[in-house]
Design a protein around this ligand. Sequence first.
Ligand code: ADP
Ligand code: MG
Length: 683
Amino acid sequence: MIKLEDISVQQIKGVSAQKEQELHAFGVHSVADLLDYFPYRYEDYRIRGLEEAKDGEKVTIQGKIMSDGLLQRYGKGKSRLTCRVAVEGLLVTAVWFNRHFLKEQLTSGREIVLTGKWEQRRLQITVSESEFPDRGTMRSGSVQPVYSVGGSITQAWMRKTLAQALAQYGSMLEEILPVHLVDKHQLMTRKEAVELIHNPGDAEAGQTARRRLVYEELFLFQLKLQAYRALTRDRVQGVAHVVSAESIRQFVKTLPFELTDSQKKVVNEILIDMRSPGCMNRLLQGDVGSGKTVVAAIALFATVQAGHQGALMVPTEILADQHYRSLQKMFGAVGIEVGLLTGSMTERRKRDVLAGLQMGLIQVVVGTHAIIQDGVHFNSLGLVVTDEQHRFGVNQRSILRRKGINPDVLTMTATPIPRTLAITAFGDMDVSTLRERPKGRKPIQSYWVKHSMLDRVLGFIRREADLGRQAYFICPLIEESEKLDVQNAIDLHVQLQQAFPDMAIGLLHGRLSTAEKDEAMAAFSRNETQVLVATTVVEVGVDVPNATLMIIMDAERFGLSQLHQLRGRVGRGEHQSYCVLIADPKSEVGRERMKVMTVTDDGFEVARRDLDIRGPGDFFGTKQSGVPDFKLADMAVDFAILEEAREDAADLTRQEDFWTNPIYSRLRDLLKRDQLFQGDLLD
Ligand code: ADP
Ligand code: MG
């Protein structure tokens, strides 16, 4: 049977080849896509009585033209057209700007419908749209959908084309949701909902239709996550790591510190998953400095103990290098071979590492996404850890999984994720949280100072340097211009060299080669440079416990979560650490942010306040959060529906029926179209 997905929009009357091309830009290829191209709001053109018209608001009224149009022209083709219209016995003045061509049509006695801004005092309407009932088809008198349009595709064309599409193909709209869920939530059918959302009659009906379609969107999204989870955890033979608690204990003893209770707890959660035959897919979240790396190291140790290999993926080469060195230190003592694999390595070195991985000589590899590229073969990959997850997509993880076996996956992030957001973005994961920081850590003291106090800030650097400590000095961020960021860093570097002729000042920015960056970072971590001037390249992960001072120039240019990440570069050792925010913010939001930074250094609290300041829409919209863009659903208002959808999807995928019963074949087909599932689905 032919499906709407397979019918080109060109089959719709009035859609030319040229329009078809333009529709592609909106992601519309098939008739199904077009019918799913939902309006993002409605425009109310229902005709109102004058007593309902509110001053200063938009209104649609109908009346009889009482005078010829009066046209005034002034400068550069601008014009003002007025005429008098009798509406319910009152004489209203209608005003058009730059619509001189309408003058001919304004003839006394003709009925006219006017939409525009109403001015009560002057009985005047500034017309944005007008229509004549004697012309036939009318937009006014109804609620009209408003679509996102552009190019030669206008609002009117879109409305007409959707009406046409519904007329031609509406009857082919099929239910996708399982019947029991439609009943449970008392939803209208898919056909009803799609017809109604494009042509709602009134805005309330549009909302009812929207609710059904939001549920559908969230359910299908959750179904994907839950099915993925079911396939990767419960149905797929993963690696059942055989590893004794005793060997882990021995390894932990070699570490220079004791684990926190929190670390022990999450290590246990991870070990339970690793020992089980299913595939682990666990998210480890913990504030900056909470000690995630050592947890990863223990998990990697466990996979090697069980006779497999481990991989640690990180977002930047600086971090790869840092983790490589610290793992070498930890694993050297227990005879585990560690390799490094990054994009900028020479081909020769790469070849050696690749050979080592294939033969199993290298037991743990650290690297950037180079690790998952084609041509990388493992002897027996048991565990993949990704650090700072938000830089890695779900798809990248699944590429790894498709490299033959199904390794356990541990994903680490410092981005505190509210529960609801975790459900959305990570519905397929189990979550472990590090709640405490290592003992003996003193809270970071944060200060907000004005630019005029720069001298005192420099004095602060001197004082810490005299105590043997080190400082980061972060340059202002120039929106959209890495070049200016770099220039800022270079200027500041010169300035600090002049201020502190006796100190070594390092410089780190995005335009340096990888080798230069590594060198700058390594020199700072060996305390060969006392101050590191840097752009935000040091934002994530960097760990130099002897650094105690974080200075951020023009701090108002950074978002709260970024400021918190930057601040997290200090306070990583036993010494008291400080964060100095240099800012003269003129905006209220800027001042709010500085205030938040000075009152708390708890990442979850910062995230909560960030939410207050920015509002959830903005928060969830950020790319960083890893939340997908939904067509209709709005995370700020549709939480409740999301939770229901998740439970329904989880219930369904737990039933054997879902994977075999023909009544669900349509849903399974939908999953198959997703690249996550390629080669993975039953049937
Ligand atoms: P993050 O969670 O930000 O990745 P790291 O894993 O880099 O944090 O740890 C921050 C610092 O704390 C590192 O220098 C690490 O060696 C140290 N650390 C981790 N766990 C402990 C602990 N239990 N006791 C003392 N120091 C610890
Ligand atoms: Mg880290």
